[in-house]
Design a protein around this ligand. Structure first.
Ligand code: GCU
Length: 834
């Protein structure tokens, strides 16, 4: 049996190869890591290689830092160094293709000496080449005789949204590994481990604090702390940057203003910058979220966004290559929905209009992949087509804020692919988004990628083992955005779980299906993830919450029609922000790709799609199909029992079963909501028709009372039961109204914040289930404190024999503000999903 694993090593477990395979490898006699200091990534590479060889091959190999004057590279030696450091006379002349910054060349000699050369364009490149060697070895893939690899873009960065108090905005994997209680943590062990993971997928930078920053970041104690973080990550070739709070001059500096053109403000930031560089001499620069979602910014002081960005840019310039990452996520979140011309998707192009030529040359505009906000599907941001001179950083999200928060499986590369491969046809020329991000399209020297990752201190990093494929893939995609998403997840699976074909096939298939499954049961045809955007948790279904507020994530659904009219002819004009060839496609509902139909068009529910289905029937069918496919996930996962360690098996099994249950809540909420809205029934008569359910409100209640649920679609038939008080238990009973036989009995209930209710489920005298409502602990994320689509969940007890006349009884014991709420019970014969 495999030893339990907690996920901390992620894809760098270096599991031993089977003995007979390990024997087929050369016995390595030495590692030569050509480095001068302990903190050099080349030195790190040497130690990593030593560790990896020991774990994978069981070989103990010594490290030296020079060739000790040998005129030839000894046999069976692995040499790691930079292009400049390698003693070519001893190694022999090699033909190495030109390497870009951070690139590497890897060569397993085929001259019978079993020597290996790992040569980096720089020290970081040498480390990346070493990881490449180790990851090939760990998968028992042959090491090439000559392999050169260079990154698509120099900027391959991570953003963490960590707060100084140790919480993480949109973090679903525990608390911060950087901060606690207002300060940088003393113990930065996890930070070093994170840097190692990042380096292994060639990520070279990180902004360590939340874009919603706080001025206390710049307290002297934290400046020293940031210095320690930088020192910890530097040996892994990872540089750090910080997110700044625009009003720091006033709030921390005591100045009367934070106006970017005020000379005192300018010298304040110059001073801050000098201090930061004292602690972090290789700082990446500043990430700025300004005039966005209530954050102050230059517009607050009547200045332009460029005035704000340039102030920081000039402060950075004297110190090296630091840049300003100025976020394009600037919009008014009090937009008036009654004005059909208003459109948040227009904001970035409007706010950045005319600024392309006026930014300092060390300002980069950081642009989220879509015009709104990390939705399950969006077109690329139109701003990507407007930056010619000022380079961009394309922002993705590895943490699954709108994609199930790591409690639903969603392997993201297929989503990223829709953006990266999109051809914006700028000036009528091929303009793939990935060629814009790489800098190739407009000849930028520095540009690339950032992703909001938000790992936490849980040993799983992201809260779910399977979610880690997204972090791994993010690195691979930054390096090579044309990577194949299937082979990336296969590599990741072999490294993380092992190479058994059942493991690789199962995880690959589940992962490759997962985004489309999630899209099917959350938001179709480009309507966005139909979750609650008002209560801020962005998780469960709440389609009404999309409209009726100023956030501008509108669907404009009424009784007859749905979707945003973003055409130039009759709508917000957003389609016209794209270059003409693309604009023409988006302007017409018949040419708009159907998976973005409702993004660009307001159409009747009866609008006919190419499939012949109406929009509303497509909604119903997609939600039913998606939820049905999600039901297969836990069953398919079972194939891995015994093939991987039990600990990770169970951890994942719990999440996949939870997801299967929550996908039904999504399905029912969305279908019920739109059916109520438009009154058009489901052709297949499924919506609102659940023949295997017993509603809790129809049971015989004692100590329980019936309540309406808001929003109504978050409960079957709009109602649920809660205990009379938070001190007394309640019981709900019914005679099972179905024929005798074997059933999977599912209980739908609400597990919200505020308490941990206990439940017992009896069939006659038999206790068939006993559980606690503690999902918030188990799944590590902030559900709501209400009975709604976030907290609605299901637990299932399989293969229960029911006899005629059996009485089912639920005993609910409330806790705190959680009053053991129950929605319904389903009796599901084998193969039935309800
Ligand atoms: C989203 C997210 C916020 C975040 C913001 C941003 O709106 O929900 O938590 O602060 O994006 O990217 O700045």
């Amino acid at each position: 049996m495999a030893a339990p694993e907690d996920g901390l090593e992620a894809w760098l477990r270096y599991a031993p190869l089977p003995a007979e395979i390990a024997k087929s490898y050369p016995r390595y006699l030495g590692i030569v890591a050509l480095c001068e200091s302990e903190t050099s990534p080349v030195c790190t590479a040497g130690k990593e290689l030593q560790d990896g060889l020991k774990k994978i091959l069981g070989q103990q190999v010594d490290i030296t830092n020079t060739l000790n004057g040998a005129d030839e590279l000894p046999a069976s030696t692995i040499l790691i160094g930079t292009l400049n450091a390698v003693p070519w006379a001893a190694v022999g002349k090699q033909v190495i293709p030109t390497l870009k910054e951070d690139g590497f060349w890897l060569s397993a000699r085929n001259d019978g000496t079993a020597a290996v050369l790992i040569v980096g364009q720089n020290e970081r490149g040498a480390l990346y080449g070493t990881f490449e060697f180790l990851m090939l070895l760990a998968q028992n893939k042959p090491c090439p005789t000559s392999y050169a690899s260079s990154p698509s873009a120099p900027i391959r960065w991570v953003n963490q949204w960590d707060n100084l108090d140790g919480t993480i905005e949109r973090g679903y994997g525990g608390r911060s590994i950087f901060f606690n209680d207002g300060e940088v943590l003393k113990d930065l062990t996890r930070v070093a481990q994170y840097a190692r993971l990042m380096a292994s997928v060639r990520l070279n930078g990180i902004v360590v604090n939340n874009v919603n920053s706080h001025c206390n970041l710049l307290h002297p104690i934290n400046l020293r702390g940031l210095g320690r973080i930088a020192d910890t990550m530097r040996p892994w070739g990872v540089r750090i940057g910080v997110a700044l709070y625009f009003d720091t001059p006033q709030e921390l500096g005591g100045l009367p203003t934070s106006d970017p053109l005020d000379s005192e403000v300018v010298s304040y930031w110059n001073g801050v910058t000098v201090q930061l560089y004292q602690h972090v001499p290789d700082m990446l620069g500043y990430l700025i979220k300004a005039n966005s979602e209530g954050q102050p910014g230059p517009l607050t002081y009547g200045r332009t966004l460029a005035d704000g960005a340039n102030m920081f840019a000039k402060a950075l310039k004297p110190h090296g290559d630091g840049i300003v990452m100025y976020r394009a996520f600037v919009y008014n979140h009090h937009l008036d929905e009654s004005d059909w011309k208003n459109d948040r998707a227009n904001a970035a192009v409007e706010f950045f209009d005319g600024l392309d030529d006026v930014f300092e040359d060390n300002v980069l505009v950081q642009i989220k992949y879509g015009p709104i906000d990390f939705q399950v599907r969006e077109p690329p941001s139109p701003l990507l087509a407007h930056q010619r001179r000022t380079p961009i950083i394309l922002e993705f999200q590895v943490c699954q804020e709108y994609l199930g928060q790591q409690s639903h499986l969603a392997y993201l590369p297929p989503l990223w692919r829709t953006i990266l491969d999109f051809d914006l046809r700028i000036d009528g020329k091929p303009s793939l988004v990935r060629d814009i991000a790489s800098g190739n399209r407009f000849g930028w020297k520095r540009s690339g990628y950032a992703a909001v990752v938000n790992v936490g201190n849980d040993t799983t990093w992201l809260g779910s083992h399977l979610a880690m494929s997204n972090l791994y893939a993010y690195g691979r995609y930054c390096w090579d955005p044309s990577s194949n998403e299937t082979s990336v997840v296969q590599d990741w699976t072999r490294l993380s779980f092992g190479g058994h074909p059942t493991i690789v096939n199962t995880i690959t298939e589940l992962s490759m299906e997962s985004w489309s499954v999630y899209e099917s049961y959350t938001g179709n045809l480009g309507i966005q993830t139909l979750c609650d955007i008002v209560k801020t948790c962005h998780y469960g279904p709440s389609p009404a919450a999309m409209d009726g507020n100023g956030w501008g994530q509108w669907t404009r659904a009424d009784a007859h029609a749905i979707g945003m009219d973003r055409t130039v002819a009759t709508g917000t004009g957003n389609a016209g922000q794209y270059p003409p060839e693309v604009a023409t496609v988006f302007e017409n509902p018949r040419t708009t790709p159907e998976d973005l139909l409702l993004w660009f068009h307001h159409v009747p529910y009866t609008y006919q799609l190419k499939s012949g289905k109406t929009v509303i029937q497509h909604f119903y069918d997609a939600h039913y199909e998606g939820a049905q496919r999600a039901q297969t996930f836990p069953a398919r996962w079972k194939a891995l029992r015994g093939l991987i360690d039990d600990k990770r098996f169970e951890h994942t099994a719990i999440r996949l079963s939870y997801q299967a249950g929550h996908s039904l809540i999504w399905r029912d909420s969305i279908c019920t909501f739109y059916y109520a809205k438009c009154g058009i029934p489901d052709k297949h008569n499924r919506v609102g028709n659940h023949q295997w359910r017993v509603e809790a409100e129809d049971m015989v209640l004692s100590g329980y009372k019936i309540i309406p649920i808001t929003p109504f679609e978050s409960a079957s038939k709009g109602k649920a039961i809660i205990t009379d008080s938070n001190r007394t238990r309640g019981t709900a009973k019914c005679v099972v109204p179905f024929p005798p036989g074997k059933y999977n009995i599912a209980v739908n209930y609400y597990d919200h914040l505020g308490g941990k209710s206990r439940y017992q489920l009896f069939l006659g005298e038999r206790l068939i289930g006993d559980w606690t409502g503690d999902l918030e602990e188990c799944l590590l994320h902030d559900f709501s404190d209400l009975r709604d689509g976030h907290s609605a969940t299901r637990i299932t007890f399989n293969d229960i024999q029911v006899e005629r006349g059996d009485v089912l009884m639920i005993v609910g014991t409330p806790d705190g503000t959680e009053l053991a709420p129950v929605d319904y019970v389903s009796f599901l014969p084998e193969g039935i999903i309800d």
